[in-house]
Ligand binder design. Structure first.
Ligand code: SF4
Ligand code: SF4
Length: 760
């Protein structure tokens, strides 16, 4: 039922806990309507700056490997490091407390503050204290907490949870902050510029710093050997939090502990570059408290000796450490690169793509690990596009974490006869048959593709029957505004079989020419969705001089994996790997037309294949135009004369959008280079994701978000055409074709179809 609540009336805290599906959908509506413009501007600025900053790190890959090694080892050695850290803190003259739960941490901190008769606490940069809801606990005990980080100051005034892990108020535009300050402080001061706002906030905060009895900080890293804390910040307020009051309490999760202060260097290089794109953060503090210099004593206040407490919290982290999947989330250094590079996050931010504390692609694992599994429902917004994987400085496989969360959520659903029968008929593994019908429908695309192609006339006709359409919408959650693609009368494999030429077996491949023999994978999306495109790929490769064969069409696991049906995905992937072995052993290269399936070969199959076979597959799998490009180098193929752009009936001006996973696989540039070498004038999209993301854009719950993400791409195309005239739309992925069609209702072409139609 459509909501009637005005999005402006939805308070972020009301929809913070995503275990409630209604709250989750309301959060998407609220953020799209109220917050999206500010979130886009801020995340996209961070992301652009990050690209520039990491490009300047000449040893970026080595730094990432090193950071990963340090974190892996630190988590493996966590029990010993915690003992060592306790000794270091006590040796330095501080107090150490390891809190098993959030409640224990809050009680300990409250007791320390009560003992010190603290009435006012300044606090800064501690997402862990947000996890434990510390402010609530202290305020209930009559202790006032003043947030000192500017963003957290804004959120405290607005009573909202963070929407981003390093820029918690990133969803606020300057205008909204002005309105908030004017309302809360009843001031008529001009607050129309960033300078006026920060000056106003600084004056308010100064009063708190001077009067504070205690300071509470977080910590980015903690060294076990010395008890040193490392903190990075932009404003310098945490420094005052730690320096001015006599009592300093640092609160952090146990995963922040690394062996030694020497380990800080690697993270100091990676963290600012990955977070905001700065070479180094404005303020870096490395200290081992209690500090030696005397604390600040305001006039009229008694001088007190310094005291330091380190409160480390477990709150589910030890269980995450034992969990073969969630353990990887403990390596996170909270840089936010995965948030800022994620198209869905850029559009709705952490109030929709996030929970009560943690947000973004990595946030689901943290909400599930430190809270309840269903709080991570927002992990559904991860489309497994894998854009973030290369951006993570500790190489966390974020889509894999989210696919596993979905798997667990699917399994937590109660089974039903309908779901079981549907799963058995469509090909779900027995363990995945409690998944919702919608997931089993999209996860078993190959089954519906097969049925639809065998009965194309009837199946295509029924797609237009109101009764069939309404059943798909009510039972499978397909959005009524999406046009469903028609089934072909013959699959790719059928068309290939009907070709008038002798059939060959994989082991009979001949290395006749100077180019290697290739096997083209009959991926299920091309096989049942665009068989003519598949045939075009074969003809283009043959034209280039390759000896080409088509494999049988078996599901590869991509569709099932994206629905969190991991057992089904494993079953399917294993079947396909077995089918491919003879082709690989015959020394053939592998061509994959659909980029999301190519991403399986480059990344995801590592979870299902034996490591040696996976490494081979990864190194021999290519997009068709990558092989066209290789042919120009290996056999001197002249693209200009073989595929002359002038012959194309739609002109030579193209707008090319490369698929997000094609970019992640580093397979996009060859397509652009080949098209240009043929004589095409190619404008490319800078937008990295079209928003369709396989089944995601078909789902009624996510249609608006999908189209909002797509709007960035549509705007780029409109802008390009306004400046330079109309261009033919070209894209490489099935989903991108669907989305561009929805946006423009114009034909969308595939690069291999263009080359095939102009080959001489
Ligand atoms: S895999 Fe894609 S959708 Fe998922 S979190 Fe990463 S960038 Fe976002
Ligand atoms: S998962 Fe990786 S990219 Fe995302 S915040 Fe953590 S360290 Fe950064």
């Amino acid at each position: 039922m459509a909501s009637t609540v005005n999005p402006a009336d939805i308070q972020p805290r009301q929809v913070a806990n995503k275990s409630d599906k209604h709250a989750f959908l309301e959060a998407i509506r609220m953020t799209l309507n109220i917050q999206s413009a500010a979130i886009r501007h801020n995340t996209q600025t961070f992301n652009r700056n990050r690209y520039v900053a990491v490009a300047k790190l000449t040893d970026y890959d080595e730094l990432k490997d090193c950071a990963r090694r340090i974190k892996e080892q630190a988590i493996a050695d966590s029990p010993q490091l915690l003992k060592q850290l306790e000794e270091s803190v006590r040796r330095n003259g501080g107090h150490f407390y390891l809190a098993p739960t959030a409640r224990d941490a809050n009680q300990y901190i409250r007791d320390v503050l009560v003992k010190h008769e603290a009435k006012l606490v300044v606090k800064g940069k501690s997402i862990t204290s947000e996890e434990t809801r510390l402010n609530h606990e202290l305020e209930a005990a009559g202790i006032k907490v003043a947030e000192t980080d500017l963003a957290e100051f804004i959120l405290q005034l607005a009573d909202e949870q963070p929407s981003h892990i390093i820029a918690p108020a990133l969803h606020y535009s300057r205008e909204r902050i002005t309105a908030l300050f004017k309302k809360k402080f009843q001031t008529s001061l001009p607050l129309d510029t960033g300078e006026e706002l920060t000056r106003f906030a600084r004056e308010k905060l100064r009063e708190q710093f001077i009067a504070a009895d205690a300071g509470i900080s977080g910590a980015n890293l903690i060294a076990a050997d010395s008890g040193s804390l490392m903190l990075v910040e932009s404003e310098g307020n945490i420094r005052m939090t730690m320096n001015l009051p006599p009592l300093h309490i640092a609160i952090a999760g146990i995963e922040k502990v690394v062996p030694s202060r020497e380990d800080f260097g690697t993270f100091l290089e990676l963290l600012p570059a990955s977070a905001t794109g700065q070479p180094i953060t404005s303020y870096v503090s490395i200290l081992h408290p209690p500090l030696k210099a005397p604390p600040f004593a305001a006039p009229g206040k008694a001088e007190k000796a310094r005291e330091f407490h380190l409160v480390l919290i477990d709150n589910g982290r030890s269980k995450m450490r034992e969990d073969p999947v969630l353990r990887e989330a403990l390596y996170c250094i909270r840089c936010s690169a995965c948030l800022n590079s994620c198209a869905n996050f850029e559009t709705v931010g952490g109030h929709a793509f996030g929970g009560e504390t943690y947000s973004g692609g990595i946030g689901g694992s943290w909400e599930a690990g430190t809270g309840k599994l269903m709080n991570a429902r927002f992990a559904e917004l991860c489309t497994a596009c894998s854009r973030c994987v290369n951006q993570c400085p500790v190489r966390i496989d974020i889509p894999w974490l989210n696919e596993n969360l979905r798997h667990r959520m699917n399994q937590s659903q109660s089974p039903s006869l309908t779901k079981s029968a549907f799963g058995a008929a469509t090909g779900s593994a027995p363990q995945d048959r409690s998944a919702p019908l919608q997931k089993q429908f999209f996860g078993n695309y190959h089954t519906f593709g097969k049925w639809g192609t065998h009965t194309a006339g009837m199946a295509n006709g029924s797609l237009d029957w109101p009764i069939a359409r309404s059943a798909m919408e009510s039972m499978l959650g397909v959005d009524h505004r999406r046009e469903l693609p028609k089934f072909p009368e013959k699959s790719w494999v059928d068309l290939y079989r009907e070709e008038p030429r002798p059939q060959r077996r994989p082991e009979a491949s001949a290395q006749a020419g100077s180019l290697p023999s290739v096997s083209v994978l009959a991926d299920v999306f091309t096989n049942f969705g665009s068989p003519e495109r598949g045939m075009a790929a074969i003809r283009v490769l043959r034209k280039c001089g390759y000896d080409v064969e088509l494999t049988p069409s078996l599901p590869d696991g991509r569709a099932a994996l994206s629905q969190g049906m991991i057992d089904t995905a494993r079953q399917q992937a294993e079947g396909m790997l077995q089918m491919l072995r003879p082709y690989v052993e015959a020394g053939r290269k592998l061509v994959v037309v659909e980029p999301s399936v190519l991403a399986m070969f480059r990344f995801d199959l590592r979870h299902f294949a034996d490591p040696a076979f996976f490494e081979i597959l990864r190194s021999i799998s290519f997009e068709p135009l990558q092989l066209v490009s290789q042919a120009t180098q290996q056999s001197g193929l002249d693209l200009r004369s073989t595929f002359p752009a002038e012959s194309w009936s739609h002109g030579t001006k193209l707008f090319y959008h490369s698929h997000c996973q094609q970019r992640t696989c580093n397979a996009a540039t060859e397509t652009i280079d080949v098209l240009r070498a043929c004589g095409f004038d190619v404008v490319t999209s800078s937008v990295e994701c079209c928003g369709m993301a396989g089944s995601f854009g078909y789902k009624a719950d996510y249609y608006d978000l999908s189209m909002a993400v797509g709007e960035d791409l549509f705007a780029e195309i409109r802008d390009s055409e306004a400046k330079g005239g109309s261009r033919a739309l070209v894209a490489s992925g099935v989903s991108c074709h669907e989305q561009l069609w929805s946006g423009f209702r114009r034909p969308v072409h595939h690069p291999v179809e263009i080359l095939d139609s102009i080959a001489r």
